[in-house]
Design a protein around this ligand. Sequence first.
Ligand code: ADP
Ligand code: ASP
Ligand code: MG
Length: 457
Amino acid sequence: MAIVMKFGGTSVADAPAFENAARIVAAQRDASPVVVVSAMGGVTDGLLAATTKASEGNVDQAIASLVDLFARHHAVANELLSAGDAEQFATQVKSASNQIGALLQNIARESSQRKSIQDEVVSFGERLSSSLLAGVLRHRGVDARQVDARRCIITNEDYTSAAPLMPQTSLQTRAELPPVLESGVLPVLGGFIAASTTGRTTTLGRGGSDYTAALLGAALNVNEIQIWTDVTGVLTADPRVVPEAQTVDRLSYSEAAELAYFGAKVLHPKTIQPAIEESIPVRICNSRSPEANGTLVGPETETSPRTVKAIAHKTGVTTVQVTSARMLGAYGFLRALFEVFERHRTVVDVVTTSEVSVSLSLDDASGLPSIVEELEDLGTVRVEKGRAIICVVGEGLRGTPGIAAKVFSTISDINVTLISQGASSINFTFAIEEERVKEAVKRLHHEFFGRQKAQTT
Ligand code: ADP
Ligand code: ASP
Ligand code: MG
């Protein structure tokens, strides 16, 4: 049985990073790795910025902005590929650049096709990085071959955040990859990119390479899914806010899923689901210190009562409160309310209800004006933008009293709304104003992990 090893953008940002990733893969050659790789660090952002420029009518500027990005690919190829592979790769980059140029012209003309053209443009990031990594591995003597992920991951046509169609994805993956593995060749696939049933390029949403790794891992029922990134596993809080955050050795699937969903960027929110279905362990490792164990996510975890494992947070959240006396004792009210969000294809994250009001949070508030208009038929609507959600997670919180009291006393001067203890009772989630989120996370981390001085900046 195989394993999946996924390398994120920072793990393939430049030639030394590629070389390091190839070394990590080669060390596990005996475990039959299937390698998944993101675009080189910053490349997806660069390609997206070009599509935005082009759709604003600045096509020449958009094309010019990509020169450096292609140069970075050439630099890696010239340093790390065999002469033959480097020559072939140069042809591939030339062709990518021509195709992207034509797509950017199209995007300026056909705004209705914008999302599908955008997916086609950004897909070149992963198509090129996977070709490069396969070449770098070959140059190290590993028989590796690029496999187009669009032959394996099949999705609906929700461009820019397509949903995988599981039966087709499993079938395709099982048809494509085992023959490669059985012939002793190591497949390297670009993450994030996929194809619709009609063969058009789609993507799984930002950060989606983790999800690709999990989908392939589940389809092949591998022994382990490894996510190689720039930090040593899942940390007790976002290290950009709490530099002292520590690695969590083990997490249950539910803990990891809650953390990912509520902002721990280290894992794409959908990564855990395919792993749960086949009970596959997910390990998050640091490509800069490969000897460290990182975090192991699996069906079981160490729990002790009252133990908080980690704190996640996300900003840019909007909360909506609908108040109506009609709710009292009435049936059908909640359905009518949620149907509004469904009609506008808007995902609702946290929900709390009282006798006469419902409060909920949204990540994507783009459909809000029309949503509010419809909600006003149901009651009085209050919208608050610029909110943040904090989520305190731990299996040990299940049925443990006192956690809320500890949270509230730690941040007693900050107004907390939308308080929810998830159905699984392993998380305690609430909203606060965005400006105070860093301060709140630092203080909570200090309270629960005691490793840093509370700061109130
Ligand atoms: P990759 O390019 O490897 O996919 P990402 O940038 O998507 O890497 O995810 C890793 C980053 O996630 C880390 O560098 C860190 O800044 C951020 N992060 C946020 N919350 C956490 C957390 N709880 N644990 C670890 N990393 C976190
Ligand atoms: N390259 C994509 C992104 O930057 C996917 C990924 O890295 O996971 O969002
Ligand atoms: Mg990522």
